[in-house]
Write a protein that binds this ligand. Sequence first.
Ligand SMILES: [Zn+2]
Length: 107
Amino acid sequence: MMHKCNICGKEMNEVNDINLKGFMICGWRCECGNEHSNPEDVDNIVKYFKALKNGVEATVFKSGNSISVRLPKVIADLYHLNTNLKLPIETEPGGIRLKIVRRKVEA
Ligand SMILES: [Zn+2]
């Protein structure tokens, strides 16, 4: 998809490493340094911060012989999580961290 820079008029490159409020999101970057964030990603961040006011929690439940962790939709949308995705787990003092692999840039 073509995306033109509103500053210099050149074609912008699709990127997946725009840092918006600590979230790495997709968008477009120009040689001149101008960046356009993907509106859907920005919207997901706004929804996340709204949801934070009521608390964003994972639910733990038994699933066969395993324990499942259900993530709220706002998190799934924020990180574009799909079902059957395998996320590496890192332990840290007092918690675990799900490592989310960044989306590829579509050619
Ligand atoms: Zn530009």
